[in-house]
Design a binder for this molecule. Structure first.
Ligand code: ZN
Length: 757
């Protein structure tokens, strides 16, 4: 079924399921619903985990998922092994069986510069008999050395390395095609998946390359990987694919945050976390690690009619296309003519490395033609037709000069390493996280030590370990402070989590009026994940608190032009923009307010669940703790924390003030969908709108199947900009996203017969 139909079906199912508690009253109706829910949930998983472009809110997905789970528990005969509810095996896996890979998983040889890439190319030409080993190839080796890392600008017709002429050079190669394909090299753990009769029947780790562990139960938790694929539609009976399990950087942060909160040592990097997770014996625990994956190679394929797969899929890129059409998460790839072209592509990957959502440590260059790959074969250690290009490591050693103290929003006082500046993968860093004091003591890190630091993507760099062999005699132990560096009140140790007396202890400032905590609370309230106030970052929060203009989050809504105009780096326009952004924040959905209040353990997702359940802050505040605890995914500890927060008189006073200042405290009733005329459209409204409010415009868009979001990204399809539109408009222009005025938006709606009033 195509994605438009599935999208429409999703909406229809949501309408059917929402607020309907007696679904599946008889077995026939249940069977029909299950048959509809399964493909829709698979489709939503694909949109979320593979395309990274969710179609519905998390909570809507959860609603459909729970409906399916409920139906299956009432009618167990309807459970299909490939149902989205069956990803997680309950119970422990005693031990992993050893399995043999259908073809060996051998590792790649490495290159680190253009000269080595050219030498790789020369050896391929020798192996194919294009170059005579001896004088001829020696001459090219010498030239590769002389050229170093210089790309050839304009090359003679017969140049072995150049991009433009490579095609001509190899046309008389007996049909051998020497185009290369360049893909990112993921920093995760290698996996091999076997599919038979459309179903995933085995997932294995790399192991020693010949034999791996059968980790099928753990692999099934990876929602980016399909449990079923329509192989038979392509005449394929059996297929083994290779890829890499990874943890996306944003998920990695969440996993580590959860671990530090639970008193466990954080993982050093996503790779270690990923490899460790695949070996866990409890798939439920693996599921918590939020693994993802990419698939980049078909290592074995058997066609129903006995044809040699090379005839049907002669190029590696044909196979990547096939994998993509089957629903696998396939990396971005680019074919290149000539070896110098591959280097250019590798450089591009190196440049965008920091903006990726996952870690890469280089690129893989593969001969695209499969027959040529087979002709080249392998050495005892590496394939001859592929090579890795490594980009600079992001680990380095440097000196720990001092420890700075950071006071968080909840008062946690954590050490930050002040380092001798060091370049890590192109960025110079001088500060790194040390997580918490007990961990510093456990790792015996001392001021003056040489330490190993690591940086993963945009995540704050952290200290991995110390190197005691290089310790100078004057190095001093790190002693936790006794007073808060901000308000000087006495610090207390949190009770450690059960079973972990070392890393579970957090040093905390319990003075609610502490200035550092105030700044952090206000910054959190205004942040993108909460109230999303444009232009209100950490520096702004610190300035406003420092100037005694605000003391709590409600004060944000009392700010006036007279108060903010004299502030540093503030001009008339920026002040107007800030006040407008603050004013707009009054009308945010309730979950944003709830997230912004900073109740412990209440993040975006929990806030969304709570607001959908209760519909207003008032109803949630009145709800008994037991009642909240019954919501799926909340539990008693969290419910108690929420309920305690709302019982606190200071919280109640804060909410009352926010309400008086015009901050929205309830969500409007969800109107049911009127049409899907705007399906697939993602709107951003910016600037001041005169003929309708932003809220009205967003409602109309949603009512007709479109989406309205707060910030411009590549996925945005249209931007509606009124007077005073700033950074969002500029971003839309830089991404060439169509921009319309208010009137053009009304005309546009009119073409669909939609009237905003
Ligand atoms: Zn303090």
């Amino acid at each position: 079924m195509d994605s438009t139909k599935l999208a429409v079906r999703t909406q229809a199912l949501l309408t059917k399921v929402k607020g309907n508690s007696d679904l599946g009253a008889d077995a026939r109706e249940a069977a029909e619903l299950v048959a509809e829910l399964q493909p829709v949930l698979r489709f939503l998983e694909h949109r979320y985990y593979v395309e990274q472009d969710p179609l519905v809110a998390d909570i809507e997905y959860d609603t459909l998922f729970r409906t399916l789970k409920d139906l299956e528990s009432r009618y167990p005969e309807l459970i299909h092994p490939d149902s989205p509810t069956q990803r997680i095996h309950q119970g422990l896996i005693e031990s992993f069986d050893k399995v043999e890979h259908l073809t060996p998983m051998i590792s790649l040889d490495n290159t680190t510069n253009l000269e080595e890439l050219r030498l790789f190319h020369i050896s391929i030409l020798e192996n194919l008999g294009v170059l005579q080993a001896g004088n001829e190839s020696q001459a090219w080796r010498t030239r590769a050395k002389d050229l170093g890392d210089t790309l050839i600008e304009s090359a003679p017709q017969d140049d072995l390395f150049s991009e433009s002429t490579a095609g001509d050079l190899f046309t008389n190669l007996d049909g051998a095609d020497l185009r290369y394909n360049v893909e990112p090299k993921f920093d995760g753990a290698g996996i091999a998946l076997l599919y038979e009769n459309n179903a995933l029947i085995r997932g294995a780790s790399r192991g020693n390359g010949r034999m791996g562990d059968d980790i099928t139960a753990n692999i099934r938790t990876i929602r980016a990987l399909p449990l079923t694929v329509p192989l038979q539609d392509h005449g394929i009976v059996r297929m083994e694919v290779r890829g890499e399990a990874i943890i996306r950087l944003s998920d990695f942060e969440k996993v580590n945050e959860r671990r530090t909160q639970a008193g466990e040592a954080p993982f050093a990097n996503p790779r270690n976390a990923c490899a460790g997770s695949l070996r866990l014996q409890d798939p439920t625990e693996v599921d918590q690690r939020m693994l993802s994956a990419f698939i980049y190679h078909i290592s074995y394929m058997e066609l129903a009619d006995g044809t040699d797969p090379i005839q049907r899929y002669p190029k590696h890129t044909d196979r990547l296309e096939l994998l993509q059409s089957l629903g696998f998460p396939v990396p971005e790839y680019g074919p290149s003519d000539g070896i110098d072209g591959t280097y250019r592509l590798c450089q591009e990957w190196a440049e965008k490395r920091d903006s990726l959502a996952y870690e890469i440590d280089g690129c893989v260059i593969k001969v695209d033609d499969v027959a040529t790959q087979e002709q080249l074969g392998s050495t005892a250690h590496h394939p001859r037709w592929a090579v890795a290009y490594k980009i600079a490591a992001r680990q380095s050693t440097t000196r720990l000069l001092d420890i700075e103290l950071n006071v968080g929003r909840t008062g946690a006082v954590t050490p930050v390493a002040h380092l001798e500046p060091v370049a890590l993968g192109g960025v110079v860093i001088s500060r790194a996280s040390l997580f918490n004091f007990p961990l510093v003591q456990k790792l015996d890190i001392r001021v003056g030590d040489t330490v190993l630091v690591e940086r993963a993507g945009d995540v704050i760099p952290h200290v991995v370990k110390t190197i005691p062999d290089l310790r100078p005699p004057e190095a001093t132990a790190v002693i936790p402070p006794e007073e808060c560096p901000s308000c000087q009140s006495e610090l207390v140790w949190d009770e450690p989590a059960a079973g972990d007396e070392v890393t579970g202890k957090v040093l905390r400032c319990v003075n609610y009026r502490c200035e550092s905590q105030r700044v952090e609370r206000i910054r959190h309230f205004a942040s993108r994940g909460a109230m999303d106030i444009d232009g209100f970052g950490e520096a702004m929060a610190a300035q406003l608190v420092g100037a005694a203009l605000i003391r709590d989050v409600a004060d944000i809504f009392t700010l006036t032009m007279e108060q903010i105009l004299p502030l540093e780096r503030m001009a008339q326009t920026s002040a107007e923009n800030l006040l407008r952004a603050i004013d707009e924040a009054r009308d945010r959905p309730c979950w944003r307010l709830l997230t912004g209040l900073g109740i412990r353990h209440v993040g975006t997702k929990v806030a969304q669940v709570l607001c959908t359940t209760y519909g207003s802050i008032h109803a949630l505040a009145e709800a008994p703790s037991d009642d909240i605890a019954e919501i799926d995914g909340i539990g008693t500890v969290l419910a108690a924390s929420i309920s305690a927060w709302f019982r606190n008189p200071e919280s109640q006073a804060l909410l009352e003030r926010l309400k008086t200042l015009g901050v929205r405290m309830e969500d409007p009733e969800q109107p049911s969908q009127a049409s899907d005329a705007l399906a697939g459209e993602i709107f951003v409204f910016t600037g001041s709108l005169e003929r309708f409010s932003r809220q009205e415009a967003e409602t109309v868009v949603a009512l007709h199947g479109g989406k309205a979001v707060g910030s411009v990204s590549k996925k945005t399809t249209r931007v509606v900009a009124g007077p005073g539109a700033g950074s969002k408009l500029r971003k839309a222009e830089s991404l060439s996203i169509p921009v319309m005025s208010e009137q053009e938006f009304l005309d546009y709606l009119d073409t669909y017969g939609i009237d905003i009033s």
